[in-house]
Design a protein around this ligand. Sequence first.
Ligand SMILES: [Ca+2]
Length: 312
Amino acid sequence: MKDEIKRRIIIDTDIGGDPDDATAIALTLASPELAIEGITTVYSDVDYHARRVARLFELAGAPPVPIYNGLSETLLRNRNVSWTSDADTQDEEGEGDALDGGPQPADAGSAVSFIVGSIMASPGEITLVCIGPLTNIAAAIIVEPRIIDRVKQIILMGGVTRLGDNGAELYPVEHNIKCDPEAASVVFGSGAPIVMVGLDVTSKARITREHCRRLIASGKPVNAALADVMERWLVRIGEDSTPMHDPMAMALAIDGTLATTRRMNVRIDYDHREGTGQTVAVSDPRSPVEVCLDVEADRFLNLLFDRLCKEE
Ligand SMILES: [Ca+2]
């Protein structure tokens, strides 16, 4: 695929012990439609996130891309940032797993400056795929509000509306928004074109140990590492399956027809108690925010695993 028709993306990630960030980045590396301009890390130990990204690229045999350290603390520095293992957080250390112990990549500079500079230099060209708390993106909007009109799209994993057929089963607050609700409020209220990939759809696509076996059978070192992270995660959470939250956001950068969306205004409902950060969505045909309400889960999982396991 010629470079000029590739979709240019920046990935903003809090990659940790949950396998979904790593799987999303591996999907990107297996997708000729996408060109990674750079990777930005966000929330808690951004050096640690960068080392895991570097290790993933090594295992995939992919040419390295610049990795920019983002903000460790939340936008207003008013939330407890989790730096240690906690079963309720996704950013915990994947201690001892196959992505642990990667080289510390050279810090390419400020994530926020990179996001602003990239979008301002290429109006209408850059898509942000946000798979962590929205601190870097909110800071970028505050530093340079003109990116709101110049970003091609912000595809973000985060939030939950509970408006689909699985709504009753879903917890009303989602991790990425809960971690930094003030940042999420800045982003959702900005007027930028957003696709919100929330728990409503990501909960519908789960991987099992059978998927891990398929990854291992592919014989690729990067897939063996993903399987290791996945299997450890399943043990850690005590489940037989886990949702592919972040890879679904990436898949929508490849094929937007995987999900059905509705234009809605999304307000972040929060206060200073812990655990707040609901995404309250109300239908509005004029809204720049498209909320995913349903997904073709089987087609998504087929896309994901066909690409990861494709023979070279
Ligand atoms: Ca993530």
